[in-house]
Design a protein around this ligand. Structure first.
Ligand SMILES: NC(=O)c1ccc[n+]([C@@H]2O[C@H](COP(=O)([O-])OP(=O)(O)OC[C@H]3O[C@@H](n4cnc5c(N)ncnc54)[C@H](O)[C@@H]3O)[C@@H](O)[C@H]2O)c1
Length: 269
């Protein structure tokens, strides 16, 4: 089976919602035991329950990726339970501080919060599993960036944070290569998740593109899909999950330091 993960143990941050659910599902389908980690503990438990209902090994843990203690607790708990961590998928992310979707421009708090979660949080999660991976000479780290990393846009703090994720992926991949730890990033395109619902609210009121103003929710999302995506179809959490599972497997053992667009052809780099 391509992307076989039998006997592997994976931690997925952001596993309570949207893309994270698709990633947990794909890893579980390939045979990994999945630790679903999220600030939203109830949501993480719901994902784990769903996976277990499908016959997978899954458990949930509450984590705040902005708190080193909380991350260390997540990793220590996983090691107690499973004795190993083979895979870390860093999916947890935000677009801004609470209420960002109502603001025309990113506030100081947005800049601070988005870098705290998307960059510093992701880096701290990687740092927490890396010593264990180095010790075993084995590990896979997959970072969820965004096509926003490819070009600046209307939410500059978010775009800059995702560009930082791609750059960090390269640094970490270079540092860990000799130890056979692979580090890659995925840049998802447009996915209709709770995060995008809020983005549609912001664009609907504040976009510099006049055509977006007044269109709401799903209607605006579908308009953007047609405008942006050469293949004229939206991406799904399953699309991202399948690539994450492949990158987390030994079939991708010679792939490291890369960032893959899953965007129906928006960016071709
Ligand atoms: N939806 C899209 O179109 C899209 C496109 C490109 C990239 N992305 C990226 O994909 C990832 C998932 O996005 P989504 O659309 O599924 O969003 P989402 O809001 O549905 O899910 C994000 C998850 O991250 C969790 N989270 C937020 N802050 C956290 C923290 N401090 N600690 C732990 N967990 C935390 C949330 O509780 C939530 O479950 C994000 O990194 C996002 O930037 C999304």
């Amino acid at each position: 089976m391509l992307g076989d993960l039998k006997g592997r143990v994976a931690i997925v941050t952001g596993g309570a919602s949207g893309i994270g659910v698709g990633i947990c599902k794909a890893l579980a389908e390939q045979g990994a035991a999945v630790v679903v980690a999220d600030l939203n503990e109830q949501g993480a438990a719901a994902t784990a329950k769903r996976l277990a209902g499908d016959g997978a090994k899954a458990s949930a843990v509450g984590v705040d990726v902005t708190k080193r203690d909380s991350i260390e607790g997540m990793v220590a708990g996983t090691l107690r339970k499973h004795k190993q961590v083979d895979i870390l998928v860093n999916d947890a992310g935000i677009i801004g501080a609470p209420g960002w979707w109502e603001r025309e421009h990113d506030s100081d708090e947005d800049w601070q919060k988005v870098f705290e979660v998307n960059v510093r949080g992701l880096v701290m999660c990687s740092q927490a599993v890396t010593p264990h991976m180095l010790e075993r000479g084995y590990g896979k780290q997959v970072n969820i960036a965004s096509i926003a990393a490819r070009r600046g846009g209307e939410v500059p703090s978010y775009c800059a944070s995702k560009a930082a994720v791609v750059n960090w992926t390269q640094s970490q991949a270079a540092r860990l290569a000799l130890h056979h730890v692979n580090v890659n990033a995925i840049c998802p395109g447009l996915l209709w998740t709770p995060m995008f619902e809020k983005l549609a609210d912001r664009y609907s009121s504040h976009s510099v593109r006049k055509a977006y103003r007044g269109k709401r929710g799903r209607e605006l999302f579908e308009y953007m899909v047609q405008e942006w995506i050469p293949m004229k179809r939206e991406q799904t959490p399953e699309d991202i999950g399948k690539l994450a599972a492949f990158l987390a497997s030994d079939d991708a053992k010679n792939i490291t330091g890369q960032a893959f667009n899953v965007d129906g052809g928006i960016y071709m780099n």
